[in-house]
Write a protein that binds this ligand. Sequence first.
Ligand SMILES: *[C@@H]1O[C@H](CO)[C@@H](O)[C@H](O)[C@H]1NC(C)=O
Length: 163
Amino acid sequence: MNWFIILSLFFIWNFQECHCCLKSKRSADYCECSDIIDLLDEYADRANIPMTEKVGCVRNITCDADDQTYVTIYFSASEIVRPDDNNNDIGYVDSTNLQTGVPRGPLDIFSSFGMSCENKKWYVTKYPFGLSYEKKDWKLEYITGDWDGKKSEIKFIACIAPP
Ligand SMILES: *[C@@H]1O[C@H](CO)[C@@H](O)[C@H](O)[C@H]1NC(C)=O
């Protein structure tokens, strides 16, 4: 082998390495999910809800921790097993303990619910105040569990603007 070939191989290898690292650097800033703001329900007072975009798919959505701030999920699109007495496949990820009403005040639901983007879908992965759901008699039931890391696709976000 002559030096020319060795040098050429070296340059080609080097070029490919660089190409790859540029690509992976770029994809860290890019979020493949749709704008999470589109998941806010029709009642959300968008103008008064502080929302910021951070690197990649990291956001901050600050709402008032309240019985009107929650994320709607479908058990059929969740890793959490649907309770036997649930009447409609729907669960609500609560932003406060609905039985004690604590806490109240501004809460970044993006980080406290462990929201993340995977395969173009938004999920919650944390349930700090558990879930509520409607039973067959339409009464609300509250449940908690060891669910950290279990994914539930976000259907809607109900968010009351912080005081
Ligand atoms: C999220 O935004 C709120 C309101 O702008 C701010 O008070 C809070 O510190 C932010 N949280 C994080 C983790 O950046």
